[in-house]
Design a binder for this molecule. Structure first.
Ligand SMILES: C[S@@+](CC[C@H](N)C(=O)[O-])C[C@H]1O[C@@H](n2cnc3c(N)ncnc32)[C@H](O)[C@@H]1O
Length: 202
């Protein structure tokens, strides 16, 4: 899948739906937190969410496993002279982030691509400061038609399950809301794919 993201990276921002989705998620995050110190965007792609949130954090580290996405992001950072942003290519499980802490961590449409959800939430818990906030935005559980056949990731998330996994990872207060709905054509009809925002603190 990473290779697919590498291929799509240069044209990623041309799909207006992705830009609008990031803006809606950014608005929902800003209703809960207007500014922060050190932020991390995990599975950032081209950084649409971090750019939509600006101004938000004093510094933002944007990380992703796709070299193509990081290359495109670096060009955007340079073009926008976003000196508060830095891009980091990570490997699976993000050992490169070890020892760092953040006041806010946010992630959009990345978690369903990651096999080990418990391990990733545990990583977020280790990386977040004691007063920090985690924002996860992703697909509500769907029937598999979002990606279609040959997709090996998660078909979205069930609120109760993710809530339990967040508690198990060490987050104690979790809220959920729907912050955007994607509409895509399936079998000649428009199908809705709601996107949630989970906000979690320790
Ligand atoms: C659907 S894209 C979303 C990109 C961006 N967040 C957005 O909303 O436009 C999923 C992103 O997650 C990244 N990703 C997949 N597995 C990952 C992992 N294990 N750790 C970090 N990023 C990952 C992919 O490379 C890709 O850029």
């Amino acid at each position: 899948m990473t290779h697919q993201f590498d291929k799509e990276a240069a044209q990623w921002d041309q799909k207006q739906e992705r830009v609008i989705r990031a803006r809606d998620v950014a608005s929902a995050i800003k209703k809960r937190c207007t500014s922060t110190g050190r932020a991390l965007e995990f599975g950032c792609g081209t950084g649409l969410l971090s750019f939509a949130l600006r101004p938000f954090a004093h510094t933002t580290l944007l990380c992703d496993t796709s070299p193509g996405m990081i290359e495109t992001l670096e060009k955007k950072i340079q073009a926008e002279n976003a000196t508060d942003f830095s891009a980091l290519l990570i490997s699976e499980g993000a050992p490169e982030l070890s020892g760092k802490t953040f006041d806010a961590i946010f992630t959009l449409m990345a978690l369903h691509h990651i096999e080990d959800i418990g391990g990733t939430l545990g990583l977020f818990r280790r990386l977040i400061s004691s007063s920090g906030t985690l924002f996860i935005s992703d697909l509500v559980e769907e029937d598999g038609s979002f990606h279609g056949d040959n997709f090996s990731g998660h078909h979205g998330f069930r609120q109760e399950t993710l809530n339990r996994q967040l508690q198990e990872a060490g987050f104690s207060r979790v809220t959920f809301e729907i912050c955007h709905t994607m509409k895509q054509e399936r079998g000649g009809k428009l199908k809705s794919f709601p996107i949630f925002l989970a906000t979690a603190t320790c």
